[in-house]
Design a protein around this ligand. Sequence first.
Ligand SMILES: [Fe+2]
Ligand SMILES: [Fe+2]
Length: 293
Amino acid sequence: MSAAMPFTQEQINPLQSIEQWEEDVLTRYPEHTYPAKTKEAYRNYDNPERDTVREFYRLNHKYQTYDFVLEKKKEFLQFNRKKLKVWEAMEFLNTLVDDSDPDIELDQLQHLLQTAEAIRADGHPDWFILTGFIHDMGKVLCLFGEPQWAVVGDTFPVGCAHSDKIVYPEYFAANPDTYDERYNTKYGVYEHGCGLKNVHMSWGHDEYLYHIVKDYLPEPALYMIRYHSFYSQHREHAYEHLMDDHDREMFEWVNKFNPYDLYSKSPKPPVVSELKPYYEALIAKYLPAEICL
Ligand SMILES: [Fe+2]
Ligand SMILES: [Fe+2]
């Protein structure tokens, strides 16, 4: 964190592990889950984990301001922290496993392999499979000491009014942009149909990874990576007014990707050593030998 924004340990890590956020997304969009869980099983509001998730969103909505995003872009888009092979970056990401959370059985690599294998099983093109495999690689931000709410969580445009379709919208009452006339109107600093390429999203693993791979993957893959946590648009269509026709076309891919991200938990975990050669070859086909984080 920059010295200007000191956070306590509780503010940096409100969740027991960052998977708790994705588990909570499933409670909002529980259809098609595998293995099937009833809505009731998900909606256990007495669950203390819900308080943890609420606290996570409270901090996310309070601190993700327009200025915060610009600051984070300046800080992280220099890529001067680490140079790694993609597979090494995956192993680095996997050191995030938190065994203090008994409900999370999957490590990061398992989630990525299961997402990718489900895409592969459906016969999609190889760049789509690769996208499934790397889509959460940006979570390495956590390993650089970043607060969980600046790594995971639903993303949303900053610099314009917050939609009430964003999860826990009431927490935006604590966000200074809510009271800033430059940022609190429907369009804020943007114009009608300006296209998402002109819109700053709240900062997290999606935007970070997009910048790491933007020169190497086909555009649909880049949209999937950059907007996969933008639930208020791809599920709720709350920001149509900022999208252009090209965004709308590309969001069909984002929509195609989302179920693989959410619902690809497989009862038989993939064996990493068996799959590694296939994914190493895919990485070599599209990505440079080393990437800068
Ligand atoms: Fe993600
Ligand atoms: Fe994911």
